[in-house]
Design a protein around this ligand. Structure first.
Ligand code: CAA
Length: 382
């Protein structure tokens, strides 16, 4: 066992880091203030292949793996967490589901444009009355001839403001529990009856798009049923979220490391009581604790990614990584704001944005409480 990244991953990390430093970081504050993602930046990331990292080259992807994707997520999120989630939802929730469960025809038609960056994907699962409790979803898809007619309302759908491809979860059989009666559908944004509301104003990741989506008699051909079999939707969603949680763990590690790097720069320059505050043991110990927590979260995240890459069970590892990394991101960003004092609280310094951005990592793609359900569920407690 070797805990160092092989050279090819270090090279990739370097590439992602340079892009994030040069292209993403300079826009992060403005995008947050405007509550709007920069479409020019989105296009540049598409052109660089950042939306197809773990997908096979035969579908237009980069032919890389989950660990590389994690490195990208961390580097982008160090600069801007909104960028992280934009890539994450597209990659690990939408495109990965098609990669894992789609028929060959569906991969050609729907995965290819997502993997080669032509189109952006989103994941339409959460409803106003069904968040952690996915089973209480109400959106339906009724078969009429060669079509399904989808009706319902989704909320908090990341990327929905500009996504082209909507992966939508709807009940095809209401007579059985949702875990057996839910199906997943591929829906093009321009399908009549699909309406995206304006973005929901939020505390953090404000540049990311996140809105409600209404489906009113949305007709899709039966061939848009993901995997071609009804009743698989719940498990597709759960599998997608297992993978998605690795990405969010990496996002949280990135937010934490980004904030800590800012704090390290600051404490070396800030002079109080006659010396740089980096010279005070309180500062040194705080920084030491925070870097150690980040490294622990990063190792858990790498473990989950490598297990997925190796075809081993990874859902519990993913939950542990997300539970830990999201907590670390919140503790560290709070600690960094404190180290920067009044300047940390000022909008001019990025740690206040990072502290706001960190909160959502404990909530989306499964709350910390859901992570504990997943972990304790694996512990043979009955
Ligand atoms: N992989 C495969 N199958 C799974 C699974 C997994 N990870 N988890 C559960 N299942 C299966 C179970 O084996 C069971 O199958 P059988 O019926 O065949 O036995 C079935 O699914 C039902 O399982 P449960 O009884 O455990 O289901 P539950 O209703 O109690 O829910 C839960 C379990 C863990 C709480 C689940 O609902 C969950 O993960 N909730 C959180 C949802 C979530 O993360 N939402 C975020 C949405 S995305 C988002 O945030 C927006 C965005 O755009 C970023």
């Amino acid at each position: 066992m070797d805990f160092t990244l092989p050279q090819e991953y270090l090279d990739l990390q370097d590439l992602y880091r340079k892009f994030a430093e040069e292209k993403v970081k300079p826009l992060a504050r403005e995008m947050d203030e405007n509550e709007k993602y920069d479409m020019g930046l989105l296009q540049e990331m598409k052109d660089c292949g950042f939306f197809g990292i773990p997908f096979d080259e035969k579908y237009g992807g980069a032919g890389s793996d989950v660990l590389s994707y994690v490195l990208c997520m961390e580097e982008m999120s160090k600069a801007d967490a909104s960028t992280g989630v934009t890539i994450s939802v597209h990659t690990s929730l939408c495109a990965s589901s098609i990669d894992q469960f789609g028929t060959e025809e569906q991969k050609e038609k729907w995965l290819r444009p997502l993997a080669n960056g032509t189109k952006i994907g989103c994941f339409s699962l959460t409803e106003p009355g069904a968040g952690s409790d996915v089973s209480s979803a109400r959106t339906t898809a009724v078969k009429e001839g060669d079509e399904y007619v989808i009706n319902g309302e989704k909320i908090f759908t990341t990327n929905s403001g500009f996504a082209d491809t909507f992966l939508v979860f709807a009940l095809t059989d209401k007579s059985v529990p949702a875990s057996k009666g839910m199906s997943a559908f591929l829906v093009d944004r321009n399908t009549p009856g699909l309406t995206v509301t304006p973005d929901i104003p939020r505390m953090g990741i404000r540049a990311a798009s996140n809105a409600a989506v209404v489906y009113e008699n949305v007709r899709v051909p039966a061939e848009n049923l993901l995997g071609g079999v009804e009743g698989k939707g719940f498990k597709i969603a759960m599998k997608a979220l297992d993978g998605g949680r690795i990405g969010i763990a990496a996002q949280a590690v990135g937010i934490a490391q980004g904030a800590l790097n800012e704090a390290v720069r600051y404490v070396k320059e800030r002079v109080q009581f006659g010396r740089p505050i980096a010279a005070f043991q309180n500062t040194q110990f705080k920084l030491a604790e925070m870097q150690t927590m980040i490294d622990a979260a990063r190792l858990l995240t790498y473990r989950a990614a490598v297990a997925k890459d190796n075809g081993q069970p990874y859902n519990v590892y993913a939950a542990m990584a997300k539970l830990t990394a999201s907590d670390v991101a919140n503790q560290v960003t709070r600690g960094c704001v404190q180290l920067l004092g009044g300047y940390g609280f000022a909008r001019e310094y990025s740690v206040e944005r990072m502290m706001r951005d960190a909160k959502i990592t404990e909530i989306y793609e499964g709350t910390s409480e859901v992570m504990k359900m997943v972990i304790s569920g694996s512990m043979n407690l009955k």
